[in-house]
Design a protein around this ligand. Structure first.
Ligand code: FPP
Length: 245
């Protein structure tokens, strides 16, 4: 069994993929959204605990209006198309990010799917939409201050006020498309994450590549800053947990 529980993916390269084929950038997003379906299914088959996908960043609002509206439409289409299989496959769905800028119909679809899948016990699937890692941390701190005026915040409290604390720390962050950047994604949760950058552009990313990356990364020796352990991921996680308790 793999010790990778939470995988996060920066789905990059859609625009370049489309341009290479002399198509408009939005074509890449459309093809990319089909890939999302197969990757979610694979993550569920592999019994991952959590999968977090970067679908739209706070910075993406500055893209041309047609591109922004295509991404919104794809989100809506995904929600409509996938809600039956999300329920059937015991997946618990959530959006992380500020959805207040979306149209009311899409917000309602999101709320319904979040509610309907809340008691599911399988994969915790999160779409980061209108999401920024810094904004998530600031939001968490502000929520804490509001509830606990005058108190100092701890790591535990900060974590508890993130969008989806139950998804836990990220074990593996993958970025497709060849760039090696974090782009304001899950800044708190990736502190001890393994990073994997692939040149494959998102529309060409296959479920088999996800599996092979997970297998490769599972062989890495993660020490979480420590030296005095047997080097196995299970043991290092145990030590880290003990240290935090
Ligand atoms: C980055 O590619 C990708 C995005 C900004 C959006 C990712 C969205 C999807 C994969 C489809 C959305 C699917 C759903 C279900 C909501 P880029 O445009 O920055 O590519 P580039 O680096 O080649 O320009």
């Amino acid at each position: 069994m793999s010790s990778i529980n939470h995988v996060a993916i920066i789905m990059d390269g859609n625009g370049r993929w489309a341009n290479e084929k002399f198509r408009p950038r939005v074509w890449g997003h459309i093809r990319g959204s089909n890939v999302v379906t197969s990757i979610v299914a694979k993550a569920s088959d592999l019994n991952l605990k959590a999968l977090t996908l970067y679908a739209f960043s706070t910075e993406n609002w500055s893209r041309p209006e047609t591109e922004v509206s295509t991404l919104f439409k794809l989100l809506k289409k995904f929600l409509l198309k996938e809600r039956a299989s999300i329920k059937k496959n015991n997946i618990q769905f959530k959006i992380i990010g500020e959805i207040s800028g979306l149209n009311p119909e899409t917000q309602k679809l999101i709320e319904e799917l979040e509610e309907d899948s809340a008691s599911n016990t399988g994969l915790k699937l999160s779409f980061a939409f209108s999401y920024g890692g810094r904004a998530e941390i600031i939001r968490s701190v502000n929520q804490f201050i509001e509830k606990n005026p005058g108190q100092n915040i701890t790591e535990k409290n900060l974590e508890a006020n993130l969008y989806r604390p139950e998804a836990g720390d990220v074990d593996l962050l993958i970025r497709t498309g060849g760039d090696q950047r974090i782009s304001n994604f899950l800044l708190w949760q990736i502190s001890y994450s393994e990073l994997f950058f692939t040149n494959t552009k998102w529309p060409d990313f296959k479920a088999s590549e996800l599996e092979s990356i997970i297998n490769k990364v599972s062989q890495r020796d993660r020490r979480f800053g420590s030296l005095d352990n047997d080097g196995s991921l299970d043991n290092t996680k145990k030590l880290l947990k003990e240290k935090n308790e």
